[in-house]
Design a protein around this ligand. Structure first.
Ligand SMILES: C[S@@+](CC[C@H](N)C(=O)[O-])C[C@H]1O[C@@H](n2cnc3c(N)ncnc32)[C@H](O)[C@@H]1O
Length: 279
């Protein structure tokens, strides 16, 4: 489970220390997400909110189109500091430290709300998505990505099982990167929260964990500190960790193609609409 307190502290700091590697890891997914964001955005000037913006990659990519005015919000001070630095000189971008629900309320209204993997961590998802809807203009769009099945994300399942040294059950629905893997569950949350026009698209992509001479070492460094394998490592006694890392290394080696380590990965891209006509 990764809750708000974790993101505001250790998990956020760990992502912040590796933001470049994580942008590469999710880069092959981003192109699909950004295409959907542009498809769903209404015409004219757009006020948008990036929910759980992290180091700002999606905000900055969308803000390359000047008609988008974007607020990125995140719980992690370390990630907001990086995002703010990256956005220097970008007049149509602003980053705010805070919970998405309170930032959404205080900065409303929005024509578009989007997120790359930042919406699976709410303790009460129906209440959170209701709150986001209350901050949306009539006809506004919501677009977000989230990981699909555990078994289709070898970068997580295979590597975490290697770290544990045994098979693992898929994560349950408590807040984590895999909380939104089941589309029936997510569809019910969005419907109960009042969002309309639900659509979800299945996307397979390569999760790039490392490249170049040190691809395997880089991938091991990343996966030992971020994601499900890192949680398995933390749960082990100190003395058991070197062997666990050796098992992780073997799986990572098996996914090295020349100078690249990448893994099969899969995500859902959801879109929804606030009732009413957009401006
Ligand atoms: C998996 S990371 C993704 C970060 C970023 N969107 C990206 O793709 O690089 C999830 C992010 O959501 C943020 N987050 C989680 N719950 C949040 C909340 N309630 N309000 C604001 N940010 C939140 C975390 O701090 C973290 O940066």
């Amino acid at each position: 489970m990764t809750g708000a307190l974790d993101w505001a502290a250790a998990s956020g700091d760990s992502w912040a220390a590796r933001w470049r590697a994580l942008d590469l890891a999710l880069g092959n997914l981003s192109q699909h997400l950004i295409r959907t964001i542009f498809d769903r955005a209404s015409v004219g000037d757009i006020r948008a909110l990036d929910i759980g913006c992290g180091a700002g990659a999606t905000t900055l990519a969308v803000a390359d189109t000047p008609r988008f005015n974007i607020i990125g919000c995140d719980l992690s001070p370390a990630l907001i500091a990086i995002a703010t630095e990256r956005a220097e000189g970008r007049p149509n971008v602003r980053f705010c430290l805070g919970d998405a629900r309170s930032v959404a309320s205080s900065e409303a209204p929005f024509d578009l709300l989007f997120s790359r993997h930042g919406v699976m961590f709410f303790a009460d998802p129906v209440a959170a998505f209701s709150n986001l809807l209350a901050a949306a203009r009539p006809g506004a769009s919501l677009v977000f990505s989230c990981f699909a099945d555990w078994s289709r994300n070898a970068w997580a399942s295979r590597v975490a099982e290697a770290a544990a040294g045994h098979g693992l059950e898929p994560p349950d629905k408590s807040p984590s990167g895999f909380a939104f893997a089941d589309p029936a569950y997510v569809g019910a949350i969005l419907t109960d929260a009042g969002w309309a026009g639900l659509e979800h698209q299945f996307v397979e992509f390569r999760y790039s964990a490392g490249s170049g001479e040190g691809a395997v070492d880089d991938a091991l460094e990343l996966l030992a500190h971020v994601g499900p394998a890192s949680a398995q490592l933390r749960d082990l006694d100190e003395g058991a960790r070197p062997a666990a890392k050796m098992r992780m290394r073997r799986i990572i080696e098996a996914h090295r193609n020349d100078r690249v380590v990448d893994f099969p990965a899969a995500a859902w891209i959801w879109s929804a609409r606030a009732a009413g006509e957009s401006r």
